[in-house]
Design a binder for this molecule. Structure first.
Ligand SMILES: [Zn+2]
Ligand SMILES: [Zn+2]
Length: 545
């Protein structure tokens, strides 16, 4: 019998994004979450998203018993359209997470998949292990913590959570069950570290209503546009409730929002009187102060409805002096600049913009310190691995556990690729697993990541020079230099052309052959441009016959 249980991190530690964890015991592997990350545009320009490298899973296909999803956010389900093309394993998740996932699978044309909806406290067998779904509150409905029952003990993964005692749908974090599991004994806890830097307790989602309502009163003569995350169904519910209370019609702007609202209505997760909603194409029939528009774009995403409105590129709606925009969100660190850009543009068009600095119209979906302590106290784990955080957050979470009395030798800060083994003698790093990043440019996988990114950066900063040349000494046509994204002064252009022409007339280039000829040209042009302009453009020689 296997003596240990092994936890491998394919993503989600040392970062917030692309969460994916494998739990392995003997001949069984279960996968928890399969998320993606939206990368930093400066580091990897133009790359749409990054998913975990799942080579380890492909090499152990026959052991995988299932994929268990904590909730429907992109950083937890976004890699599934790719993973499910390669792995035929069942996926277990809440109906809302599955609804969102299924619409993605259609978009990516994945046809073969098995999805099982789960409910509170469902227990799913997975080989010699089993997985229990325990309800938690978060910024999306249908969120679960997982208790993984292994022959070596219970592993508890909180998933993304907060402890909201007044959730919008009345479905609380199942503290009763969590306490029971704690009482039975927990071998290992892996907990959300997102808000470990924030003291106290997170604000209840219900509190947002008061702030929203106050803004609706203050802006009673204006058209109100509220931006939020599409997947935050409870927030959308509160915005609709507020609009109905203030006798306004609601219109949804943006396809992704419409899609998620349809899914949530189908699943009975979102409720409103039918007459409250109007089609965005028909808002022209109503007075501006009788409308509430809900849209996406809180992070300044380029294609989102709010960004397009701010650029006057949203056909159904033109921003004017009668608009107040409520940003019901907080900036994800790193997005501030793009968000402020959108706010500036909305202001220029006459709209007033209220964002978090001005009002409490947002509450986070992640537990603050006191909630993390409560989770820890209820579960009393033997070992602890903080997850879902950058290194500094994991470290702080470790210190929080130590404050709660746990010895440092029982806490492990993991890195992506680490395999952690736990057996009766302790916790240690085992053999690492592959954990690189898989990048997607548009919908296609990037094979040569470094080459693509360095070319793209060079193109962005230095431009591109294309040189069309006939190597034959007897050719009548002169070499042609085309420059994009770089200015080549006429005299420099002439110098380059003269130099190349001399090489052609001497017959040297023809002799050198195609490949060496190209590389010769590349060097010649690079040297000249570096010397005269101090630039290093991408050089593309094109040889014609
Ligand atoms: Zn997350
Ligand atoms: Zn989440």
């Amino acid at each position: 019998m296997a003596k240990r249980v092994k936890i491998s991190f394919l993503g989600g530690v040392g970062e917030i994004g692309k969460n994916m964890t494998c739990i392995e015991h003997g001949e069984d592997i279960i996968i928890v979450d399969a998320g993606l990350t939206f990368p930093d545009n400066e580091e990897t320009p133009g790359i749409e998203y990054v998913i975990p490298d799942y080579t380890y899973l492909l090499n152990n296909k026959s052991k995988i018993r299932g994929i268990f999803i904590t909730h429907g956010h992109e950083d937890h389900i976004g890699a599934l359209p790719f993973l499910l093309k390669d792995l035929d394993v069942p996926v277990y998740a809440s109906p809302l997470a599955l609804g969102i996932l299924e619409s993605k699978l259609k978009e990516f044309k994945v046809e073969k998949y098995t999805l099982y909806p789960v409910e509170d406290r469902d227990v799913i067998p997975a080989g010699k292990m089993s997985v229990e779904f325990i309800r938690v509150t978060h910024s999306i409905a249908g969120s679960y913590a997982l208790a993984i029952w292994t022959p070596k003990g219970t592993i508890f993964m909180t998933g993304d959570f907060k402890i909201d005692h007044t959730p919008i749908d009345g479905k609380h974090t199942d503290l009763t069950r969590i306490a029971e599991i704690g009482e039975q004994g927990v071998l290992l806890l892996m907990a959300d570290s997102t808000n470990v830097e924030k003291p106290g307790y997170s604000m209840s989602e219900s509190n947002v209503f008061k702030a929203l309502d106050a803004q609706f009163v203050l802006n009673k003569d204006k058209r109100i546009i509220v931006a939020t995350f599409a997947s935050n169904i409870h927030r959308v519910q509160q915005i609709i409730n507020c609009a109905v209370l203030h006798d306004r019609k609601v219109a949804l702007a943006g396809r992704s929002l419409q899609k998620i609202v349809d899914i949530a209505v189908d699943l009975d997760e979102l409720h409103y009187p039918e007459e409250a909603m109007v089609d965005i194409d028909k808002i022209g029939k109503y007075d501006l102060d009788k409308l509430c528009i809900i849209c996406t774009g809180t992070q300044g995403e380029p294609m989102s409805a709010l960004t397009r409105m701010s650029e006057n590129d949203f056909p159904q709606l033109e921003i004017c002096d009668y608009d107040t925009v409520l940003m019901s969100s907080s900036a994800i660190p790193g997005n501030e600049k793009t968000i402020f850009n959108v706010i500036n543009n909305l202001n220029k068009r006459g709209a007033e913009v209220i964002y978090q600095a001005l009002s409490e119209i947002h509450s986070s979906g992640h537990a603050c310190r006191e909630e993390l302590k409560m989770m820890f106290a209820l579960l009393k784990p033997q070992y602890f691995i903080p997850v879902h955080g950058e290194y500094r957050q994991l470290k702080q979470h470790k210190e929080l556990a130590m404050e709660m009395g746990m010895g440092a030798n029982r806490i492990f800060i993991a890195e992506n690729g680490n395999s952690i083994e736990i057996d009766p003698s302790g916790i240690r790093v085992g053999c690492n697993v592959p954990c690189g990043q898989t990048l997607f440019d548009g919908k296609y996988l990037v094979e040569d990541v470094n080459g693509l990114i360095s070319d793209r950066k060079a193109l962005a900063t230095n431009g591109c020079v294309i040189c069309v040349v006939n190597f034959a000494p007897e050719a009548v046509s002169q070499p042609v230099i085309v420059a994009r994204g770089i200015t080549i002064p006429e005299e420099v252009r002439e110098e380059i052309i003269t130099e190349i022409t001399n090489e052609i007339t001497s017959g040297k280039l023809k002799e050198a052959g195609l490949e060496s000829g190209k590389s010769f040209l590349r060097k010649l042009i690079a040297k000249r441009i570096q010397k005269r302009l101090d630039k290093r453009p991408v050089i593309v020689p094109v040889i014609v016959e």
